[in-house]
Structures are given as C-alpha cells and as structure tokens.
Design a binder for this molecule. Sequence first.
Ligand SMILES: Cc1cc2nc3c(=O)[nH]c(=O)nc-3n(C[C@H](O)[C@H](O)[C@H](O)COP(=O)(O)O)c2cc1C
Length: 490
Amino acid sequence: MDNLPAIIQGGMGAGVSNWRLARAVSQLGQLGVVSGTALDSILARRLQDGDPGGHMRHGLDQFPIPEMAQRVWQAYYVPGGKAERAPYRSLPTHSKDSSTELTELCVVANFIEVFLAREGHDYPVGINYLEKLQHPHLPSIYGAMLAGVGYVLMGAGVPLKVPGVLDRFAHHEAATYLLQVTGAQDGDERSMAFQPREFVGRQLPELARPKFIAIVSSNTLATTMLKRANGNVDGFVIEGYTAGGHNAPPRGKFQLDENGEAIYGERDVVDLEKIRALGVPFWLAGGYGSPEKLEQALVAGAAGIQVGTAFAFCEESGIEDRHKLAVLNKVRSRTARVFTDPVASPTSFPFKVALLEGSLSEQEVYAARPRICDLGYLREAYRTPLGAIGYRCPAEPVTTYVSKGGRVEDTVGKKCLCNALMANIGHAQTRNGKYTELPLITSGNDLTGIARFLSPGMSTYTAADVVAKLMIGWGPPASQSPVSSDTIIA
Ligand SMILES: Cc1cc2nc3c(=O)[nH]c(=O)nc-3n(C[C@H](O)[C@H](O)[C@H](O)COP(=O)(O)O)c2cc1C
C-alpha cells in the first residue's frame, strides 16, 4: 500500500471517535477513524436532541435513497430537542433478523458518520467495528461503503469473513455473515444476510473496496488472518494490553494481581520480527502516543502507530465536555488512575476504566443503578432448548439472565457498558424522570502521559495538537494521498 498514514487515530466507541474527530485528523493527512459502534442509537438520539448544528440533516440530504433518509428523519427528529427529563425513544434491539426500521437506521447512520468525516478534504477516513458485536455488521459496513469509507478496521474477535464482505459490497452483491450462537448445533440456521440491490431498489455505481485492517494482539491471530481470511487483509494494528477500551485476555492461566487486575506476561508480547516477516504493513498500538514511541515503531519496521487515549480527551472527541475536563483535571494534578477491570464488560474481555468520582467506576454508584438491559449491543446469541435463537446479556437483571440458561457467576461485577457509553457522549437515558444513566470512561494505561499535549496554562488541547506533537521532527505531517472522488458515490 502506498502513502500509508504514520498515525491512525484509533476507532473509539461508542461515539468517542465521531465524525468531527476523524475529520480533524484526516484533514491533517493522517488516518481519522470513526467508531461504527451503536451508530444507529447515536443518530436516533442526536435527532431527538433536535440535531444541534443541523449536521445530521445535512448528512441525510446526501444519502442516495432520499425516501429512506426521510423515514429516519420523521421517526426520530424532535424539533428543538426532547425535554431534558424525557426519555429517548427505545429502538428495537439487533437480532439475527433485525427489523427493516433498524436496518435502515443502521445503514443511514453509518453513511452519515463517514460522509461527514470525509467532508471538506480529500484524504481517506476509516471506520472501526468490534467483531464480537456481530448483528449490525452487514448493514453497517454497507452504509459506510456507500459514503466511500477508505478503511475498515476490526478487532475484538476474529474477523475472517469481513474482507469477503467488502469485496461483495463493492459490487452491491449480497453477503452473509455467520452469527456465533452459544450451544449451536450442526444444521442450525445462523446466517445473517444483506442484499444491497434489494435494499436500495435502484441502480447505484460500483463502490470502492475499502482497505481492511485487522486489529490483533498475537502473532497467531495475524498469521491466521492472512492464511484463512476470505479476502485481502491489507494490514494489521498490533494492539498491546496497555491500550484503552477492551483488551485481549492474557494468554495462559487467568490470574489477578493484588489490585484485582489481570496479570499479563511474556506470552502477551507480540514478536514484531515475525509480524514484519508477514510482509504486510502494520501499526503499533497501546501506549504509543508520544514522538519517541512513534520513532520506536518505525525503527521496528511498522508503518506507524495507532493512538487512542490522546485523541479521546481532545476537544473534538465525542466525550461530553464535563467528563473530559474532569479527567484532564486529574491528569494535571497527577491523580489520574486507570483500572483494567477483568469482569465489568459483558464481552468478557478485560476493559480499562478511568477512575472518576460519581461515575460507574465506583462500585456503590453502580450498585445504585437499576439493572436494566435495553440497548442490547453486547447481547450474546444462544440456542434455546427449543432450538431457536435467544439473546442474553450478563449485565441484565440476574434472574432474567439465569432464566435464559446463563450462569449466575457470570453476572458478578458485570456493568451495562451500552448505557454507560451513551452517557459518556452526552446521550444518557433518563428513566421515569428519576434515574439518569451515568458515565464509565475508558482510557489506556498511559492516561497521565496526555499531559504532554497540554500547552502551559491551557486546560484543553486539539487533535491538531496531538498530531503536531507526535510528528515533531518528522517534517510535514501529511503522509497519505488524497482519494480520488470518482471511485465513490457520496
Ligand atoms: C475511549 C476509547 C474507546 C475505545 N474504543 C475502541 C473501539 O470501539 N474499538 C477498538 O477497536 N478499539 C477501541 N479503543 C482502542 C483504540 O482504538 C486504540 O487502539 C488504543 O486506544 C491505543 O492505545 P492507547 O489508548 O494507549 O493510545 C478505544 C480506546 C479508547 C481510549
């Protein structure tokens, strides 16, 4: 691949790496990546907040199927925004055969996020998905491709079947994706399908096939991806266990240290010589947000670095300002702490949490939350005794989870990330006008390190500050080529 970015701004869900952040980074010639997680809910809530700035309306106006865009607008837009204590409308949850309403919302939402991130410059923009959140994959990817997404980056699972989906969608051909169903038996129907031609109901020009980057944490997974993926894998992000968000669990025996954090060791360190020998470009992630680490990555043969934490707390990120400032205050007073919670995430991957008073990082604050599961992105599909597909989340009410065959011990310490992550970005659900969902902020281990981006006397910094500081000594920051606009339709 020519003209690779030296810096990938990592995808940060939900809504942390939004179109605004990704655009700011791509405009500088590095790779801005929007998070593709829960974009349907985020669009629906932005519209119910009255679409401040009119950006969603602007994106809807560019969607190639105007009547679909209009249906989304009519269903969710609230002029002037909903009353503060009024709840957001519930959406249907994703399942193997999601409703048409949800599928349309999902395609449109992914389109808008990428379209807006691409506006005003000619550099590529990427989108990030978590493989484990499988239900929305097909409509999400198609929506992003309709808007000309340049890269699809995916981790948190083994995305062997995604490259082939990109190949098919480039020609508007139908694609399927096999749903992981716990307890599935041979012959069970688990295939999710999406038929672009039927969905759009009109002739559309061919789409550019985005590059596919797999986010991996082991040599084995990188090798497996190259050997067994059903299409081209164009590169890897090699993500270490100090990275923000979810981490791969430690290899071998799962042990906790005296603070209750997972213990990682030698076996969790990726052998970069072997990665280099695979002959595809790679970027290093997890504590690489400094000029010294960029240099180290380049010396190790990487194309560059993927950085999350530094961008998560910059002005353009989607985290609500008051939470961002609370974290930045802790950074400045050197009291910022990050805990790698081994159990909080329903995905069962370790999840890093920035400790923040009044947020769900505090056990007693979480204990006061009504145990409700109504967004359902992290639900696990399982085979019911009658052979159908059921859905359960270990963060839902314990009796409900157990009644679906879940194990009570799996519910201990589980937190509802879906609602917390929506609260992080200013779309907290309010329940009966009484309880408002609270945030749970994630960050990489090197949270204190973001102090390097704060100029003396300043309490905030921008994405451009991050890029400039990381690239110090590397000449002009732009290292990618602009994309040609005739290969895309948006
Ligand atoms: C707030 C936040 C949210 C994240 N969400 C995701 C995500 O949705 N998908 C993903 O692949 N990685 C996610 N990550 C990981 C980043 O994309 C990136 O790889 C990582 O942050 C790099 O390490 P660093 O935090 O030390 O810079 C997230 C990181 C942060 C800080």
